[in-house]
Design a protein around this ligand. Sequence first.
Ligand code: BTN
Length: 263
Amino acid sequence: MWEQLRDGGGRNGRQVLVYKCLNSTNTTALNLAAEGAPSGTVVAADSQSAGRGRLGRKWQSPPGLGLYFSIIVRPRLGLSDLTKITLTAGLALRTAIFATSALKTRLKWPNDILWQGKKMAGILTECGAESAKGRPVIVGIGLNVNSGPDDFPAEIGQRGVSMRMAANLFYDRGRILAAVIEAVEREVKRLEKGEFTAILRDWRRWDASAGKRLTWLKPGGMPVCGISLGPDEDGVLRIKDAAGLIHQVISGDLRLRDEETRP
Ligand code: BTN
């Protein structure tokens, strides 16, 4: 099954390294980037033993079911642009999912891809150390492709979904990998050309929370309830609370109201 992955993406001169099992493709990509791996290098694994998500969470990565991969990019951008890269990658992932399956997913700030309110994919963007080649950024993507309802861990349960569950079809992971890599490359080029405003306009079309009530679990603070105004020109999410105060969200977790009531 994992041979499928080897056929995906390794075109246009880019290097796609495919492993049977890694701790985390992000860790391997960070190490390769530190050794000077060029922008566009992709590290994929059929399974991960310590796949990680945002906010220190685990990303369960069993073999044969999902896509787990990391793309090394060396964008000519600053550290403060990390959220922009995550939003850009999310838009690319959404585009590739639609192109390969016609599934209409939505984007939840900053890094989730949702299908009918359930999580289909997540992105973990991490930064490497500055070197003569600049500062590498690792875009790590986990996409639930062929998992069934029983393949999700108990803590995710009903809140997870795969492409197979959404479309009632099994997918060729190599083909989807190639489509996502190409879409991410294309969108990151747009970002580097200074087109974040246009990217953001596209992103907002698929925003799962704009105009909806949500709760922001603010790190080290009281939860904030309000209406999402969507991300601003820097990619920072704005929430308007009941008193009309606008909060700027740069980290922490967000719960859409309908997520709070789902088991
Ligand atoms: C999240 O939703 O919190 C982000 C999940 C990102 C998971 C991917 S799987 C490939 C890459 N390697 C990791 O260890 N994490 C990312």
